[in-house]
Design a protein around this ligand. Structure first.
Ligand SMILES: Nc1ncnc2c1ncn2[C@@H]1O[C@H](COP(=O)(O)OP(=O)(O)OP(=O)(O)O)[C@@H](O)[C@H]1O
Ligand code: SF4
Ligand SMILES: [Mg+2]
Length: 364
């Protein structure tokens, strides 16, 4: 089976993102007469290895989906680089870009909107096979049945239309379509947030099983730290277009350093009787990206803000244990109680705990 690009540099991380930046021009003011630039993504960098999950978490409007669309080159960056298996994705011509789609796929939040309602499931799953493989018709039909089985659906589903499925089943179909051309990386943008809580754990478990089976890498985007905790090996906490804190997920959950991470984490329900909440809950709304605060963009909501924070923007700096933090005063903050679980070594336990918590909260 043809799978698109071959690896340019076998020793490189699967995905290397450097200084990714994208601004949009938007109309502002009465009758939209003045134009202004929104820096949706502002200097984002990270690496992702095969078989691992890099999660991006943050409140609405912080730039998560823009990162996703940039990675797929659905929109073009203003600056920065994206390398997949050593290949510079920005340098690909249209034909190479089409081939690269076999290696990098996307699952969207809305399983209703992301599937074409007018074509049968079998046809939908055959489309990427026609595009990216040279399978003969019989082998294609077999591959469609295999894909349905991989996501827990019967072979007969191929003859049905997307509207004949439930929300969870439709997300399974979206995952099957993403898997069709045997990608190395799937960008999942809020893949469970449109689903009923009881279905969320099933889809997360499915993603985890598929990851293990096919050594898939995920960029996993969510506004929900409780969901992210079940999936992430590495994590970035994003605020107004920039990473506030990034590093191994287990370390960040156990010992959050940035005031924003600490505030988000203090709101996550965890089955840990020894845990104390040490950070005030997050107050106020995210400031308008049209007019972001000066200095550290979190200063308008930060309980630890001082004068310097309003004037100077902190860059990410090493904080030990592979963690990077963008805060002038993280060293001086009292230790924060985190979530004492090694996410990277026990994602399954974490998923089971979350499923239990979600079931108990919906049944009470
Ligand atoms: N095509 C566009 N034109 C103008 N502004 C845009 C466009 N796409 C995104 N933006 C702006 O960029 C910022 C980041 O948007 P983005 O959709 O990436 O956020 P998000 O973190 O995915 O939010 P959510 O959690 O609500 O999905 C927002 O201020 C948004 O209004
Ligand atoms: S730099 Fe200042 S405002 Fe920003 S997070 Fe740190 S303490 Fe808070
Ligand atoms: Mg989004």
């Amino acid at each position: 089976m043809s799978t698109g690009l071959s690896s340019a540099n076998p020793g490189a991380p699967l995905l290397e993102v450097r200084d990714l930046t994208r601004a949009f021009t938007v109309a502002q003011g009465l009758f939209g007469r003045s134009l202004t630039r929104v820096r949706a993504v502002d200097g984002v960098s990270f690496n992702l290895d095969a078989g691992c999950t890099f999660a991006i978490v943050g409140e609405s409007g912080c730039g998560k989906s823009t990162v996703a669309r940039l990675l797929l080159r659905l929109i073009e960056p203003d600056d920065g680089s994206i390398r997949l298996e050593g290949h510079d994705l920005r340098a690909l011509d249209p034909a190479e870009l089409r081939r690269s789609r076999a290696r990098i796929q996307m699952v969207f939040q809305d399983p209703y909107g992301s599937l074409n309602p007018r074509i049968r499931v079998g046809e939908m799953l055959a489309e990427p096979l026609l595009l990216h493989t040279d399978l003969a018709p019989g082998a294609r039909r077999e591959r469609v049945s295999e894909l349905l089985s991989l996501v827990g659906l019967p072979a007969e589903a191929a003859a049905r239309y997307p509207h004949e499925f439930s929300g969870g089943q439709r997300q399974r179909l979206a995952i099957a379509r993403a898997l069709a051309a045997s990608p190395r990386l799937i960008v999942c943008d809020e893949p469970v947030s449109a689903l009923d809580v009881s279905i969320q754990a099933q889809i997360l478990n499915l993603l985890a099983e598929l990851q293990e089976r096919f050594n898939l890498a995920y960029v996993f985007i969510s506004h929900d730290l409780a969901v992210v905790r079940q999936m992430a090996d590495r994590l970035a906490v994003m605020y107004l277009g920039r990473f506030a804190e990034t590093g191994p997920a287990g370390r960040i959950f156990a010992s959050p350093r940035h005031p924003y991470t600490r505030a988000l984490l203090s709101a996550v329900p965890v089955p840990d009787p020894d845990r104390t909440v040490s950070e005030p809950a997050l107050g106020g709304d995210v400031p308008s990206p049209l007019n972001p605060p000066s200095g550290c963009s979190f200063h308008t909501r930060c309980p630890h803000a001082r004068e310097r924070c309003t004037a100077e923007q902190p860059a990410l700096e090493d904080a030990g244990d592979g963690v990077q933090v963008a805060c002038w005063f993280w060293r001086e903050l009292p230790p924060a109680a985190g979530v004492a679980v090694s996410v990277s070594t026990d994602k399954t336990l974490s998923r089971l705990q979350a499923a239990f918590l979600r079931h108990s909260s919906t049944s009470s």
